[in-house]
Design a protein around this ligand. Sequence first.
Ligand SMILES: [Zn+2]
Ligand SMILES: [Zn+2]
Ligand SMILES: [Zn+2]
Length: 254
Amino acid sequence: MIIQLLGTGDSPGTPVLNCHCKTCEDARRNRWERKRYSILVKSAGKVILIDTSPDLRRQLLDNSIEKVDAVIWTHSHFDHFGGFSEFYRVQGNVDVYTTPQIHESIGKYLHFLSYKRREVNTFEKFTISDLSFTLFPVNHPPVEAVGIRIEWNGYRVVISGDTNIEIPEKSIEEMEKPDLFVVNSIAPSGKFKKHMNAREALYLAERIGAKKVVLSHLGHFFPPPKDASRYYPVGEDYQLFSFGEGKLNEFIGD
Ligand SMILES: [Zn+2]
Ligand SMILES: [Zn+2]
Ligand SMILES: [Zn+2]
């Protein structure tokens, strides 16, 4: 199984259009960016996307991904579904999994596309290829949002989705002991209604006993990656984790 972070940015991405803060200027000068949120899961030749970033065309081209077998949406914010039609126009007919309510919200925007709507309830395990998935509710007011647990060959990966720190207790149980925890963190510090800061995200990682943690959905409030990575386990676009043969390997993209 391969897990690849296709986009590690928050909703405006980094650099932010029109922003001239130190981080955004550094991104322009040194040609790095944080694209919008999407995670690739690959196993047994099948490609599954967690969320469909508005930057999806570029992300698929850069990583030579030619076909998508299934999509799972975590919630109805534009930065998590806006790029769906980027591959739908050349492929179509893809299975899309999420809760009935999230389907309902996103369906209003994508009413002109006819994808295969697979409704799944939270805490109900479902399988795609040789992977098992469980959605669990998180806390991202005012919309309904889910996190995802993935199981494969004894490995467990947990993706927090967009959430603040007040996650329901039953979901915390679902998140326990991941080999890899991809967790939302929009800024190093500060209080956010919809998101966690890095301290909250790392506290949560420790609480659930995550073996490896990577912060994603990062805003321009973080310093550039070369500085931020000295203090926090920040993810990078196209960073890849490969599971198998009893170990977890990690690669940072170009
Ligand atoms: Zn988001
Ligand atoms: Zn900025
Ligand atoms: Zn969101």
